[in-house]
Design a protein. Structure first.
Length: 736
């Protein structure tokens, strides 16, 4: 069984629910007596509220109450600890005081009988401000407030400064990446309902357990009194990892008005109050010997953060991959933040690595160009056969095979290295490549699996499927262990009352959840055996150790076998249940990382200034892919998002008042179908059994790492222009 189901290309088991509209997303919940909340959002980015006039708004039809800093219940802060699983990014409570830290901050909340009435009334709330001069971007922030170093995120070995002085070739370049905003199709939404002191939250979250713990802390109640439900999520990309102020505001309002409250964050405020990838400025200095061996690497990052986060400043860890991807004795990575008047940033798909590897892999290309060396050869020459930042061997690293396979499929050996030399009619063709890299993480996890009297199996875990296929791969793991076919397996996720599972983030849900599921399945089988061997059981004379379970059948090794359902029925038992706890991956034996390579073709038509990404070939080494379809889908999606990062995405703020100016789908560009090239994903299959029994390292994020650099490198190959600030818009390529 195991050979077939693990790694198989199985369509999503929740597909029919989604296609028929029966999959319920948070804002699909319309509870009895439910009312609607709509925010009033700050129009200034920094200052104080001097007055809130709600008189006219209160007369508006259907209005029940209007909350603001002078009219809001006292709540508690969450400690905001990731280890304790009660993390938020913006620790400040909604309406905690009259301070304004960013444009788009909630300054009031209208509750009314309908969404339309709440929104209409919200526009009538009059807010007066005392406005201060806001800090709009990274440059202003550095100039006005300086930077704060984060030593814990830094790493140094050897003497990179001296080695740089001694190097035969050097590169010193600064790369800039803009704010990017998570734009999942499903908007952030919460439906909050109280029943006495019990809180139920239908919530858009990538972590029901963390969210549950946060709400328990904020309302000062036991976590067992809170239930967070996210059976389906219309994706999150990191923006829905940790609760934002709207969810707390909705829950507080629901308690105050004594009715369930639904609050949907409008799309434009998803650009302000629910996180973003911060702006970065990264200086890369590389030094090599005559033969292109790296002697010195320095990667210095400054990223923006907000002025509102008081605990656990968000740091964009751009140097994390740099410290171990290539061999180099003399290396340092540093991370500093600077504060701007924006909402608090947060993780966005491959946080740190996505912008960090744009800088590193661009600099590597610049150095290869200077050396007159093929960029692929330059990377091969600097292959690291261990993680030098940790002094640990890799559990498994097949990046050289990724280089080989992707280069071969792409036809890299046909590349003419001369800039602008490859042409097709009016178009100039550019070929570029980059490595990709992401840390593999695995956390502790609990899970439950049941074998049931109707012949089905059931699995539950308080993790969630954020659109990536978690339901399906959990079912595959259950099937692998129990022999029950997929269509007879029911999986329930996204409910905080189930055994505690991981956030869907960091690409660690698969590697974390599946071992716990498998262990729970094996325990259920052991429990089944105890039932069978009991006096009134199906195998009363058998010793436990003689009983064998295989492909859904229990046998006594003496020629008699029986389906597990019959064993249960014989004793009129509903199910045999196994619960398991599995630990995270050890941190002191191996360095666990995933690897890969992207090869990109762009076409530049200088006559009409048109740039297109026309071909991507990527080889990805993530250990074993549990499901060929959903895995490929994850990498393809990440590549598309990488094209967005390379070419389009950029949240812009008015430099005068720090207000976002393109906080909508019309002006914040994301790739559309017309921007999709041919994408060819090669999934290498080197199961990493040092990491877990399935050999899987997780796949959600690695595909975006390196992709923007591969595009930029291809653009340089076509045009001779080195674009060091994303996105690569056409104006940057025009000779004007
Ligand atoms: Mo991911 S940025 O950890 O959702």
């Amino acid at each position: 069984m195991s050979e077939k189901i693990i790694g198989a290309a199985k369509p999503r088991i929740d597909g029919p629910l989604k296609l028929t509209g029966r999959a319920k997303y948070s804002s699909d919940n319309n509870l009895d007596g439910m009312v609607h909340a709509y925010g009033v959002f700050s129009t200034i980015a920094r200052g104080e509220i001097t007055n809130i006039d709600t008189r006219v708004a209160k007369q508006s039809p259907g209005v029940i109450d209007i909350f603001h800093h002078n009219h809001f219940p006292a709540l508690y802060h969450t400690p905001s600890s990731m280890a304790q699983e009660n993390k938020v990014d913006e620790v400040r409570l909604p309406f905690e005081d009259n301070h304004v830290y960013y444009a788009g901050q909630f300054v009031a909340l209208v509750v009314a009988d309908t969404f339309e009435n709440a929104r209409a009334a919200a526009y009538k709330v009059k807010v007066d401000y005392q406005e201060s001069s806001a800090i709009a971007n990274l440059d202003q922030a550095v100039e006005r407030g300086g930077t704060q170093m984060h030593e814990k995120a830094n790493h140094t070995r050897g003497n990179p400064e001296q080695a740089y002085q001694d190097a035969a070739h050097t590169i010193d370049a600064t790369y800039v990446t803009p704010v990017e905003t998570h734009n999942p199709m499903e908007m952030h939404a919460t439906v909050a309902a109280w029943n006495g002191d019990r809180l139920t939250m239908y919530d858009t979250t990538q972590g029901v357990v963390n969210a549950r713990n946060v709400y328990a802390k904020v309302f000062g109640i036991a976590p067992d009194r809170v239930e967070v439900l996210t059976p389906f999520l219309g994706s999150g990309f990191g923006g829905k990892l940790w609760p934002w102020p709207h969810a707390i505001a909705a829950a507080a309002a629901a308690r105050e008005v004594g009715r369930p409250v639904q609050l949907v964050v409008p799309r434009q405020e998803m650009f302000t109050t629910t996180g973003h990838r911060p702006e970065t400025r990264q200086r890369l200095r590389l030094g090599t010997d005559e033969d292109g061996r790296l002697l010195s690497v320095r990667h210095e990052t400054i990223s923006t953060t907000s002025t509102v986060d008081q605990v656990g400043t968000y740091v964009e860890s751009c140097g994390k991959m740099t410290q171990g991807l290539y061999t180099c004795d003399n290396l340092s990575v540093t991370h500093a933040t600077t504060r701007a008047n924006r909402g608090t940033p947060t993780s966005m798909r491959a946080p740190g690595a996505a912008p960090g590897m744009f800088a590193l892999e661009s600099a590597m290309d610049e150095m290869a160009h200077q050396l007159g060396m093929d960029p692929l050869e330059f990377r091969r020459r600097n292959y690291a056969d261990s993680d030098e930042s940790k002094g640990l061997p890799w559990s498994s690293n097949h990046i050289r095979d990724a280089y080989d396979q992707a280069a071969d499929r792409f036809g890299w050996d046909q590349r003419n290295p001369k800039v602008g030399s490859m042409r097709d009619g009016n178009e100039i063709i550019g070929w570029g490549m980059a490595s990709c890299n992401w840390e593999a993480l695995r956390r502790a996890c609990d899970a439950r699996v049941s074998l049931r009297a109707d012949g089905t199996a059931f699995a539950s875990c308080a993790t969630q499927d954020i659109g990536t296929g978690t339901y399906t791969i959990v079912a595959q793991a259950v099937s692998d262990v129990t022999g029950v076919p997929l269509d007879k397996i029911e999986v329930e996720l996204g409910d905080s009352s189930y055994p505690s599972g991981p956030i869907s983030g960091g690409s660690w849900a698969t590697a974390t959840t599946l071992p716990a599921i498998a262990e729970a399945g094996r325990k259920a089988i052991e429990v089944l055996k105890t039932y069978a061997a009991m006096e009134s059981g199906s195998f009363p004379d058998a010793k436990l150790e003689d009983l064998r379970y295989e492909n859904g059948q229990l046998s006594n090794g003496a020629g008699r076998s029986m389906p597990f359902a019959e064993v249960l029925k014989a004793r009129q038992l509903a199910s045999a249940d196994g619960e398991a706890h599995t630990e995270g991956a050890p941190t002191d034996t191996y360095a666990f990382r995933s690897f890969g390579a992207h090869f990109v073709e762009v076409r530049w038509d200088p006559g009409i200034s048109n740039l297109r990404v026309t071909r991507v070939v990527s080889a990805i080494d993530v250990g074993r892919a549990i499901n060929e379809l959903t895995s490929r889908n994850q990498v393809e999606g990440a590549i598309v998002m990488g094209i967005g990062m390379a070419r389009f995405e950029q949240t812009e703020y008015d430099h005068r008042d720090a207000r976002p100016v393109n906080n909508n789908y019309a002006e914040y560009l994301v790739p559309v179908h017309a921007d999709q090239p041919e994408i060819d994903v090669i999934l290498l299959d080197y199961p990493d059994f040092k990491f877990n029994e399935f050999g899987a390292r997780g796949i959600g994020e690695i595909g975006i790492t390196g992709l923007p650099a591969a595009v930029a490198n291809a653009v340089h190959h076509a045009t001779g222009k080195r674009i060091r600030d994303l996105p690569i818009t056409m104006d940057k390529l025009m000779d004007i």
